[in-house]
Design a protein around this ligand. Structure first.
Ligand code: HEC
Length: 153
């Protein structure tokens, strides 16, 4: 009895992992094309005077707890105010993404895997928690400062 229940729960979990994996692969790149590419560019290198790079600069943040929270919050809340990335100043306005939590998992998973070599997507719980906090875009910029001071770029 116990054994069978365990096997059933296990295969359900596997199916869920498989489903979320294919969603990320199928939709992440498309979502990036539709919602991010105009500013962050096809290669994720951004453009001076427009938007900072996403390529090669997010690895450390993707691998720390506070960094992951920050990345989820940027997408949910947007960000405003001057930032420095790879020594270049940007003073733009990152709009809050108008995507579902699942789409945010997929698009950020694409950004991390394709541009930063991080295969682990941010879990959906982080986006739900970020919506709960609902930080103002200017507060997200301050969060970025704190996180970078802690984990580095
Ligand atoms: C209208 C242009 C625009 C669009 C569209 C846009 N961004 Fe941004 N993004 C920016 C700007 C500008 C900043 C920096 C904001 C600042 O200077 O405070 C930024 C910052 C970021 C950051 C933080 C980078 C860092 O170094 O901390 C991430 C992550 C990010 N964007 C991801 C995305 C993703 C993913 C999408 C698509 C869902 C997207 N952006 C869509 C303009 C944009």
């Amino acid at each position: 009895m116990h054994g069978r229940r365990f096997i059933l729960a296990g295969s359900t979990a596997l199916l869920m992992v498989a489903a979320s994996g294919s969603l990320q692969a199928a939709d992440g790149a498309k979502l990036y094309e539709a919602h991010c590419v105009a500013c962050h560019q096809p290669d994720g290198n951004g453009a001076e005077g427009l938007a900072p790079p996403l390529a090669g600069v997010l690895t450390k943040r993707a691998q720390s707890t506070s960094g992951r929270e920050y990345l989820a919050q940027v997408l949910v809340s947007g960000m405003i105010g001057t930032i420095t990335s790879r020594g270049v100043k940007y003073n733009g306005n990152m709009p809050a993404a108008t995507l579902s939590d699942e789409e945010l998992v997929a698009v950020m998973g694409h950004v991390l895997a394709t541009f930063n070599g991080v295969s682990q997507p941010l879990p959906v719980e982080l986006f739900i928690a970020a919506r709960g906090k609902a930080l103002a875009p200017s507060a997200v910029r301050q969060l970025r400062e704190r996180v970078l001071a802690e984990v580095g770029e």
